[in-house]
Write a protein that binds this ligand. Structure first.
Ligand SMILES: NC(=O)c1ccc[n+]([C@@H]2O[C@H](COP(=O)([O-])OP(=O)(O)OC[C@H]3O[C@@H](n4cnc5c(N)ncnc54)[C@H](OP(=O)(O)O)[C@@H]3O)[C@@H](O)[C@H]2O)c1
Length: 289
């Protein structure tokens, strides 16, 4: 059986990739900075290895003996350089296939934001000797819990600067299931880029209404100007890079550029995509104080 390395295995998406691979009995190695964080996965048969972009020598060690890699770079200003480092390590270690977690709208010609950096990183992989597939998810359903959970619980508010703009939010669970399907049988997916979305698009007020229905109390969306949104992030200690990139993302949502629904998840897995209401309902405990 081919060994698969999952990078970012402690994060929102990586954990879901691991769950889906373990459910299929795959032979997996988890690239992590802190092995104790994945003790539960190791008990269930995964192997853990230290993989730290800040210590590039760990990458080739982690990839030695691995055939396929789920490649995740953290959301920061170094993602293109990190991808170069990872690709060099993969080639040196004899990896044959990389599945990159990219983003919808990845385009090296984009004026800026995550679309541009993911587009440039995709090009690094495309120029390598590795076979590849790109997963290009839209906004995660999980963002509502991870980034709005505290204000939903504390104030009954969802904050944004995207107005009435809708996004076809996808669950990290679906990304994990699509990734596992591809990693277990990559050949039919070589050279393909898949936009992953949920089955329906929502704006922030519609998300707030859904959350309100689930938690049984009113939840409203507060629409900020980009300046107010940036100031709020700055007051919470966000870097200027993070503010700039988050404002690009809010702008994409505001313009309706993240509204389209893609059939790719169902084409890859044969299953319907997870609906946002079902995802939020299943995670109700994280939305109530
Ligand atoms: N959120 C969205 O709506 C969205 C939409 C489309 C695409 N994306 C893309 O998804 C990616 C982020 O995925 P995610 O949300 O699943 O990530 P996440 O939850 O933020 O987790 C980041 C992962 O990267 C690891 N990591 C951080 N720094 C590292 C380093 N120096 N060396 C090795 N590992 C490191 C973290 O490990 P530790 O546990 O050690 O910190 C963690 O496992 C980004 O590329 C982003 O552009 C996100």
């Amino acid at each position: 059986m081919s060994k698969i390395l999952v990078t970012g295995a402690t994060g929102t998406t990586g954990q879901q990739v691991v769950e889906a691979l373990l459910a299929q009995g795959a032979d997996i190695r988890l690239g992590v900075r802190t092995p104790s964080k994945v003790a539960n996965f190791v008990e269930r048969g995964a192997e853990a290895v230290v993989y730290d972009y800040d210590r590039p020598e760990t990458l080739q060690e982690a990839m030695t003996g691995v055939d396929r890699v789920f490649l995740l770079t953290p959301f920061n200003e170094h993602s293109v350089e990190l991808t170069k480092t990872a690709v060099q390590a993969a080639e040196a270690a004899g990896v044959s296939f990389v599945l990159k977690l990219s983003a919808v709208g990845a385009d090296p010609e984009a004026p800026g934001g995550p679309g541009k950096s993911h587009g440039l990183a995709e090009n690094v992989i495309k120029a390598s000797n590795l076979a590849w597939t790109m997963l290009q998810p839209t906004f995660f359903q999980d963002n509502i819990l991870n980034f709005q959970g505290a204000s939903i619980k504390g104030q009954g508010h969802i904050y944004g600067a995207s107005g009435e703009g809708k996004a076809s939010f996808v669950s990290a669970g679906d990304i994990g299931r699509a990734a596992a399907t591809i990693l277990l049988n990559p050949e039919p997916h070589h050279g393909q880029s898949y936009v992953l979305t949920g089955p329906e698009a929502f704006n922030n007020q519609q998300v707030a209404s859904m959350v309100g229905e689930i938690v049984g109390k009113p939840v409203t969306a507060i629409n900020l100007t980009p300046e107010q949104y940036g100031e709020g992030m700055r007051a919470n200690g966000a870097s200027e890079w993070m503010i700039e990139n988050m404002l690009v993302l809010e702008g994409i949502k505001a313009k309706g550029w993240a509204e389209a629904v893609s059939p790719a998840y169902t084409q890859i897995t044969g299953q319907p995509g997870e609906h946002m209401f079902d995802y939020l309902s299943a995670n109700k405990a994280r939305l109530v104080a």
